[in-house]
Design a protein around this ligand. Structure first.
Ligand SMILES: *Cc1c(COP(=O)(O)O)cnc(C)c1O
Length: 363
């Protein structure tokens, strides 16, 4: 069955796993049945076959070209989710007894801090916990003795996003799980970037890592083979069997990104979608934005109902308009519309129409 002929495609606002472009789903579905006229499914061929090695090579090349990755950086597709990067970054980059800075902007930063504490001394350089993580701390100090600074570029749960990255004297390690490929990046600003695929890049099952290789090999602890970035660099992310299908779907998504103008074009689309939705939140008295205006995410739009008792009614009205995935994260409640790259402006228009309609019935 073609995705485009599914009886009714919903407007998918889920936070993750999340929407993928329709042409990507079609090609991904076809590859499960038959891959490159091999008479075989992509799921039943060797990861060492020339066909799959071709997929892997294209995934690396597309990552490099879409994000302008300099030559001294390595690109990896790993397993274990972004959550494994919480410890893997510190295990590989933070020498015993050294200090490391973390900006605490929410649940994911909090979890990353907990893991880094196993390997060194964590300095929380700033935190927005005091206001329920609804803003990004600014003007925090980054003492020179911090080995690196860890940031979360987009806070999926709270709907805040770093609109720019600080200039600091140490490398920046950044969790970009929910906004990678949503805007151009100056990769040189970062020592390491990681992103679980299932928000803005592909299906669950692989994690993209971009690392400046000059930073590796500087710790003296014993690192298990599978947890050492150098193992995966040496073997082109195929030291063991890589997650072949998630990597294939990420590659297809990156092809789609390239065909649609790359990350600069995505940034424009994302800004237009965000402006439309935040505009209605600000205009409509029944809704309130959650994040401080300057720190609003272009990926996860968090908001609440002025009257919390209206929430179920609004969700029902939105569902009638085929808008799904709008319930806020279980830890904060309220509403959240995730508007990742693959979501079209027309879906946001339909949601905004539902908000206006709700205003007419309750206003
Ligand atoms: C979803 C998410 C994670 C966790 O990703 P897993 O792949 O489930 O481990 C980490 N950080 C951010 C910013 C996220 O959005």
């Amino acid at each position: 069955m073609s995705v485009l002929t599914q009886k009714k495609k919903k407007h998918n606002f889920f936070a993750g796993p999340a929407i993928l472009p329709a042409p990507v789903l079609e090609q991904a579905a076809a590859a499960v049945v038959e891959f490159e006229d091999m008479g075989l499914s992509l799921l039943e061929i060797s990861h060492r076959s020339k066909q799959f090695v071709g997929v892997m090579d294209e995934a690396f090349a597309l990552t490099r070209s879409l994000l302008n990755v300099p030559d001294n950086y390595e690109v990896l597709f790993l397993t274990g989710g972004a959550s494994s990067q919480f410890f893997m970054t510190a295990m590989n980059l933070l020498p015993q007894g050294k200090k490391v800075g973390y900006l605490n902007t929410g649940t994911w930063s909090d979890k990353a801090i907990k893991e880094a504490n196993i390997f060194g001394e964590v300095v929380e350089v700033g935190s927005s916990k005091d206001e329920g993580f609804n803003y990004i701390p600014k003007d925090y100090a980054t003492p020179e003795d911090l080995h690196y600074l860890h940031l979360t570029s987009n806070n999926t749960i709270y709907g805040t996003q770093l609109q720019s990255f600080p200039t600091v004297s140490m490398p920046i390690v950044c969790d970009m799980s929910s906004d990678i490929f949503s805007r151009p990046l100056d990769i040189q600003k970062f020592g390491l970037i990681y992103a679980g695929a299932q928000k803005n890049l592909g299906p669950a099952g692989t994690t993209l890592v971009i690392v400046n290789k000059d930073l590796l090999g500087k710790v003296n602890r014993v690192i298990p083979t599978m947890l050492d970035y150098r193992t995966h660099i040496a073997k082109g992310s195929s030291f063991n069997t890589p997650p072949v299908y998630p990597i294939y779907v990420c590659m297809l998504t990156m092809r789609w990104l390239k065909e649609n103008g790359g990350v600069a074009a995505m940034q424009k689309r994302n800004e237009a979608k965000a402006a439309l939705l935040y505009g209605e939140i600000d205009r409509n008295d029944l809704f309130n934005g959650y994040a401080h205006v300057d720190d609003r995410s272009r990926m996860n739009v968090t908001f609440t109902m002025a009257n919390p008792e209206h929430e179920a009614d609004f969700l029902a009205l939105a569902a009638e308009a085929d808008c799904v995935g709008l319930k806020g994260h279980r830890s904060v409640g309220g509403l959240r519309a995730s508007i990742y790259n693959a979501l079209g402006l027309s879906s946001v228009e339909i949601l905004v129409d539902a908000m206006k309609e709700f205003g007419r019935t309750k206003g």
